[in-house]
Design a protein. Structure first.
Length: 97
């Protein structure tokens, strides 16, 4: 799957069948369901799960919470736009499909 193909799935009501839960979380985030995305990522106790968790709190505007989760992910709070970070995350997880 490519980034463009992933974008195309946003036209549907249900996420595509994927084996990477964090990619599903990002799908829900793009569809405007922050709560579902957060529910998925907070149950994944890895650096990558923390990265998505951080991104979601950054998007929410809770920068202190986001900074905590970026630190848990071993990353600095990014200076790129949220849309760019979302695409970067999607591309990382697509490579795991």
């Amino acid at each position: 799957m490519t980034l463009a193909e992933f974008h195309d799935t946003l036209a549907f009501d249900e996420p595509p069948e994927l084996t990477v839960p964090l990619l599903i979380a990002l799908w829900y985030d793009a569809k405007g369901d922050w709560d579902k995305a957060h529910e998925i990522c907070q149950s994944i106790h890895t650096a990558r799960g923390s990265w998505v968790h951080a991104y979601l709190h950054r998007k929410e505007g809770d920068l202190s919470n986001a900074a905590y989760w970026y630190a848990r992910a071993g990353r600095d709070l990014p200076s790129i736009r949220l849309e760019e970070e979302w695409e970067k995350l999607v591309m990382v997880f697509i490579s795991n499909c």
